[in-house]
Design a protein around this ligand. Structure first.
Ligand SMILES: Nc1ncnc2c1ncn2[C@@H]1O[C@H](COP(=O)(O)OP(=O)(O)OP(=O)(O)O)[C@@H](O)[C@H]1O
Length: 249
């Protein structure tokens, strides 16, 4: 396999007596979507936090593009090309779509900013932001306030902000959450396209989306990876069916 873009080895995190991550290892290869699934409380958010630098692991390492980033915080990992989208929106609701995307682009370039107006006069950042909005299908809404967008459009904007980082890898936390059938279809098509730009570590409860998108799936149960494999392998895995998917999967 090609050198992984993201490589997690032996991540372990305890909260008191509870082991939320137990020796978790997984790779994200170029061009792939690697989905992480598991029941509520399995440790998916804890894993994402450790990958993105918001939760310090008790043990284990995270490497991004061959570099050990375990000691780096979330901002440094983002600047290094790890683009995260959030389960709960982190957008500035009173600002416009373009302003949100431009701020992402300015942050990615490491340029300081103080006011909105100077931000929008940063031509490189505006160009980067506009390209990202076009990519996710939001260019017609550039001047809209985020507060006026639909839930699905906000999720698209989250992806656009992540794109302005020119990421090496995406980490997406439930991008389908709250989307209707049409929204899920649109987001599924977008992610299938985006993975060629940068591979995606995808935490997602929507199994239709996971089965449609994932090149590989890792199943977390009680903090442990109990299986990693293709969609067909995971569907056929008896332990996974018993622990999570149920007999009708
Ligand atoms: N800061 C914390 N302090 C104590 N326990 C925690 C903390 N964060 C998470 N946990 C516990 O760790 C376990 C894993 O939680 P986590 O949120 O990572 O699971 P999850 O798979 O993301 O769940 P969900 O699908 O419901 O979002 C749970 O038992 C949770 O209660």
């Amino acid at each position: 396999m090609a050198e992984p873009v993201l490589s997690v080895r032996g991540l372990t995190k305890r909260f008191g007596a509870l082991v939320a991550s137990e020796d978790v290892s997984l790779d994200l290869a170029p061009g792939e979507i690697h989905a992480v699934i598991g029941p509520n409380g399995a440790g998916k958010s804890t894993l994402i936090g450790q990958v993105c630098g918001t939760i310090p692991p008790d043990a284990g390492t995270v490497r991004l593009a061959g570099r050990d980033v375990t000691a780096d915080g979330a901002a440094a990992r983002a600047r290094a090309g790890l683009a995260r989208t959030f389960q709960v929106s982190a957008l500035a609701m009173e600002q416009t779509v373009l302003q949100n995307a431009v701020l992402g682009a300015i942050g990615a370039a490491g340029r300081p900013w103080r006011l909105w107006r100077p931000a929008l006069s940063d031509r490189d950042a505006v160009a980067t932001a506009e390209a990202a909005l076009t990519r996710v299908g939001l260019s017609d809404h550039a001047a809209s306030r985020v507060a006026d967008l639909s839930h699905g459009q906000r999720r698209q904007l989250e992806v656009a902000v992540a794109l302005t980082l020119a990421p090496k890898a995406f980490v997406m936390d439930e991008p389908m959450a709250g989307l209707g059938a049409d929204g899920s279809r649109g987001m599924t098509a977008l992610l299938a396209d985006l993975k060629h730009e940068a591979p995606i570590l995808l935490v997602e409860h929507d199994m239709d989306a996971v089965f449609a998108l994932a090149d590989r799936i890792s199943v977390l149960v009680q903090g442990r990876v109990i299986a990693t494999g293709t969609v067909a392998e995971i569907r056929a895995n008896a332990e996974v069916r018993a622990a999570y998917l149920g007999e009708d999967a």
